[in-house]
Design a protein around this ligand. Structure first.
Ligand code: GLC
Ligand code: CA
Length: 672
């Protein structure tokens, strides 16, 4: 046993299996030291190719949970699997992100809720979804739409009750799906009882649960924040508390105080709330800004990157800080390793891939995967300061470079991607990377679906993406932008322009904000947050009351009911595309190779797994284009399995070395 590798510690209570160093998959001695009352099934694909016997907690489990919840999914190979990569249920899963407040309102108050989600589970299952991820539904004053939690162990009454959540969880599991919760623990709401206690006095036992510092005083004796950090949502990252005469840190808005993770009691409290949800039946966590939990020692001033601004960009001092990995490893040891969960960390402000690798590489025992934002940042202005609400033209060359880099990144060490092109923090993909005009919208949304289903990594789909929903129009005024990030940005620019006008002695009525609104129309988070478009009835069938955000103008023609029985709709295409992905595991696990050779409008690549190769051709422009395939490959043996133009698939004949692609055409071929 000493010479073996542990392959799983969670085969069930009392079981450990070892794989002797020289053995093949069929020789797996299993040690049983407690009686068990259920059959054990070993998935050879779960064997971890680790070179050293593990120290500390064992690696993440294989899915041998005897409960009926276990998803032995399509990833289960029928023939002996290739040795790498290591297969897991969460790798082949399709995750659908729900933004609950905008999904479906069941009681007419204008806000989506849990019973609304329950009513649509069949829709989601029919789409081909395996895991639902709920953006936060905990108690919250909604200062940042629920990413400001005031009670982690209760549901906000606007969304329902814990009993509703239990019913939803049962409904999800009964359909063979899983439920993932949003874990927002870099910060709480300022209305959380932990913060209320912390704020109540300097001697309160919870004082040190948050990051409090005394003021600094400048040469003129004016009180100043402890350092010059700028909050992600504008202004100082510090808020002064009059009664205790200290500042607390908030990387986001002042109503989101940052927890002090250096305090072990805080970490224990987080493990406790994670266990609460796991015990209730949750199957995993999306971890909000999890790379911000450790800040630079001593909280030093950030370098002055913009001398005109009072507060400075400080992400290098608060992202991926000195103890971030230590804390996530502790989370793994204390909570994660005991369960077969899906875990994905949100890791913004990081483009250094090697920094992100550390969260994901299996040898590190941290998370399954992370959301990195290089593609999402592609159409923002370049420069030190990240300006997500402004638009920059991007090129396909840049797009390909980003995708290619991450597809190949540290594969031999087990790095695993999270594949997404939309979420609640970004505008709609068809408006950013396709063409959302009436003429091209459907076909370009489908082309982006071809891209998504043919990339390696766990697949994420954001609500409405499957319908080809687009940004709301430029004619809407700033009052329709409800997001605190949009509003703060608007106010800051407005204030700056007002001051400039005043200093020039001009009238304020002449302030021109049209360029800012142009940027918002293309980039604001609000576009992803308008109500889901279910049918052509009032308010798109989202609510019988007054929706909390205005419904997009196009709902009468662009809605789920209009698409659900139409195979040629964007929704019909997504269903087909997800089925194709699930039946061709080369699309999930295959090695990626870009064969576009610097083409200006075609992104072409292959994916290879064992003897199987898939070929993907994507035209990113409106015009027809002829694409020449590299000559040496014998393309005539490749068969078309997915295409986004009507008229069905070709008759199974192979392709020639030159392919004509229509505007925004996307195709997948396979050969084996
Ligand atoms: C994450 C969330 C975003 C939120 C922020 C602060 O980036 O996705 O919506 O505003 O964290 O919690
Ligand atoms: Ca409601």
């Amino acid at each position: 046993m000493v010479n073996g590798f542990a392959i799983s510690s969670s085969l069930g209570p009392g079981l450990v299996a070892f794989l002797p160093e020289t053995s093949h998959h069929t020789l797996i001695p299993i040690a049983i030291w407690r009686p068990i009352s259920y059959p054990i099934r070993i998935d050879p694909a779960c064997i971890l190719a680790t070179a050293n016997p593990p120290s500390g907690p064992p690696p993440q489990s294989c899915h041998l949970d005897p409960s009926p919840r276990t998803l032995l999914t399509d990833a289960m190979p029928t023939s002996p699997p290739p040795p790498a990569p290591d297969r897991k249920w969460w790798k082949s899963a399709v995750v659908y992100q729900i933004y609950p407040i905008s999904f479906l309102d069941s009681n007419g108050d204008g806000l989506g809720d849990l019973r609304g989600i329950l009513a649509k589970l069949d829709y989601l299952r029919d789409l081909g979804v395996d895991v639902l991820w709920l953006s936060p539904i905990y108690k919250s004053p909604l200062a940042d739409m629920g990413y400001d939690i005031s009670d982690y162990c209760d549901i906000d009454p606007r969304y329902g009750t814990l009993e509703d959540w239990d019913e939803l969880c049962r409904g999800v599991h009964a359909r063979g799906m899983k439920l993932m919760m949003d874990l927002v623990v870099n910060h709480t709401s300022d209305e959380h009882e932990w913060f209320l206690a912390s704020k109540s006095s300097k001697s309160n036992p919870k004082r040190d649960w948050y990051i409090w510092r005394p003021p600094k005083f400048d040469a003129a004796g004016q009180r100043q924040p402890p350092n010059n950090w700028r909050s992600v949502f504008q202004g100082s990252a510090w808020e002064y508390d009059e009664s205790t005469e200290e500042y607390y840190l908030h990387l986001y808005v002042a109503k989101q105080p940052d927890l002090n993770w250096d305090n072990p009691a805080v970490r224990e409290a987080v493990w406790g709330l994670m266990r609460f949800w796991i015990e209730r039946g949750c199957d995993g966590f999306r971890m909000d800004v999890i790379n911000l939990i450790s800040k630079a020692d001593g909280l030093p001033d950030a370098p002055i990157s913009d001398p005109e601004q009072e507060y400075q960009l400080a992400s290098t001092l608060f992202a991926n800080g000195p103890r971030a990995h230590e804390y996530i490893k502790e989370m793994h040891e204390k909570v994660l390793y005991k369960h077969d969960l899906i875990t994905v960390g949100e890791t913004p402000f990081t483009h250094d891939a090697s920094q992100l690798a550390a969260y994901v590489l299996p040898a590190n025992n941290e998370l399954n995967m992370v959301f990195q934002f290089e593609l999402m940042d592609l159409d923002a202005p370049l420069g030190v300061e990240h300006r997500p609400l402004e638009h920059r033209e991007w090129s396909l060359k840049e797009f390909r470079a980003v995708v290619g880099r991450w597809q190949g990144f540290k594969r031999e060490e087990g790095f695993w991607n999270a594949t997404f092109i939309e979420n609640h923090d970004h505008a709609r993909a068809v408006s950013r990377f396709g063409n959302d005009s009436d003429e091209w919208r459907a076909v370009s949304a489908k082309m982006l679906a071809v891209l998504e289903v043919s990339l390696g990594g766990t697949q994420y789909v954001y609500q409405g993406q499957e319908l080809g929903l687009r940004n709301f129009p430029r004619s809407w005024g700033v009052e329709e932008y409800k997001d605190v990030a949009s509003q703060n940005y608007w106010n800051r620019v407005l204030e700056k322009r007002r001051e400039e006008m005043r200093s020039r002695g001009e009238g304020e009525q002449d302030i021109d904000m049209s360029d800012v609104l142009d940027g918002f129309q293309r980039k604001a988070r609000d576009h992803a947050r308008v109500p889901m478009q279910w049918d052509a009835t009032a308010n798109a069938g989202f609510t019988d009351g007054t929706p909390w955000m205005r419904v997009n103008d196009d709902y009468e023609t662009w809605n789920a009911a209009a698409q659900v029985d139409d195979e040629n709709s964007v929704l019909g295409f997504w269903k087909r595309a997800l089925r194709v992905r699930k039946t061709h595991e080369v699309l999930i696990y295959g090695d990626f190779a870009d064969i576009s050779s610097d083409h200006e409008q075609v992104f072409a690549y292959t994916r290879t797994l064992g003897n199987t190769t898939a070929l993907v051709l994507l035209n990113f422009k409106e015009t027809e284009v002829s694409f020449v395939l590299p000559s040496e490959r014998g393309w005539s043996a490749f068969k078309l399995i997915l295409q986004n133009y009507d008229g069905g698939l070709e008759d199974g004949r192979g392709i020639a070395d030159r392919v004509l692609l229509r505007g925004f055409e996307g195709r997948i071929y396979v050969q084996s």
